[in-house]
Design a protein around this ligand. Structure first.
Ligand code: AR6
Length: 174
C-alpha cells in the first residue's frame, strides 16, 4: 500500500492538504498536539473552533488551517483509555474513519496527515492504537480512490517504531 506512510516528525510542519488534530470535546485547544496545532495556526483557529459547538468522541469537524502549511485542520476527539471495555477500540477506529470521510466530503483534499490519536494524555496503549489506526486507514484507502496519500506522523522514536511495525504487519501481501 504505497498510499500510506509512517514518518517521524512534527505534524504542524507537514505540507499536506489536511492535518488531523487529536482534540478534546470543547475544541478550544489544550496540550500535546492540539496545543502545537493551535500555536502554529495562530489565534484565528480558536476563533473558528468556538463556532463549532464542540465535538463528540469518535466524530470529526473541519476548519481552515490559517498559518499552517496545511489548508485544513480536521479535529477529532479520541477516547480516553479506561481499561479497554468502554468501546475505546471502536471509538478510536471511528476517529480515523470519520476524519477521512470528512476529508472526502469536503472535496479537494487529497493528502491527509494523522497524529497518534489518544496515545498521549488520553493514555491509549500505543501498540493497540497503532493496529487500529493502520487497519482503518488501509481499509479506507482500499475503497476510496480520492485520497492519494495518508501520512501517520509520529512525534517520538518509540511511537514511530510501533506504527512502522503495525504497517509492516498489516500491509504485507497475504
Ligand atoms: N506532531 C505530531 N505528534 C505530536 C505533536 C506534534 N507536534 N505533539 C505531540 N504529538 P496528545 P491525546 C504526539 O496528548 O492522547 C490535548 O490536551 C504525542 O507525542 O496530544 O489524543 C487535547 O486537548 C502523542 O504521541 O493527544 C486533549 O485534551 C500523540 O501526539 C488531549 O490532549 C497524541 O498525544 C488529547 O489526548
Amino acid at each position: 500500500m504505497d498510499r500510506f506512510e509512517v514518518i517521524k516528525g512534527d505534524i504542524t510542519k507537514q505540507n499536506v492538504d489536511a492535518i488531523v488534530n487529536a482534540a478534546n470535546h470543547s475544541l478550544l485547544g489544550g496540550g500535546g498536539v492540539d496545543g502545537a496545532i493551535h500555536r502554529a495556526a495562530g489565534p484565528q483557529l480558536l476563533g473558528e473552533c468556538k463556532k463549532l459547538n464542540g465535538c463528540r468522541t469518535g466524530e470529526a469537524k473541519i476548519t481552515k488551517g490559517y498559518k499552517l502549511p496545511a489548508k485544513w485542520v480536521i479535529h477529532t476527539v479520541g477516547p480516553v483509555w479506561r481499561g479497554g471495555n468502554r468501546e475505546e477500540d471502536t471509538l478510536l477506529g471511528a476517529c480515523y474513519r470519520n476524519s477521512l470521510e470528512l476529508a472526502v466530503r469536503n472535496g479537494g483534499i487529497k493528502t491527509v496527515a494523522f497524529p497518534s490519536i489518544s496515545t498521549g494524555a488520553y493514555l491509549f496503549p500505543v501498540d493497540r492504537a497503532a493496529g487500529i489506526a493502520v487497519q482503518e486507514i488501509i481499509r479506507f484507502l482500499e475503497i476510496n480512490a480520492s485520497i492519494e496519500k495518508v501520512l501517520m506522523v509520529c512525534f517520538d522514536d518509540q511511537t514511530y517504531r510501533v506504527y512502522q511495525e503495525a504497517a509492516i504487519n498489516l500491509t504485507r501481501p497475504q
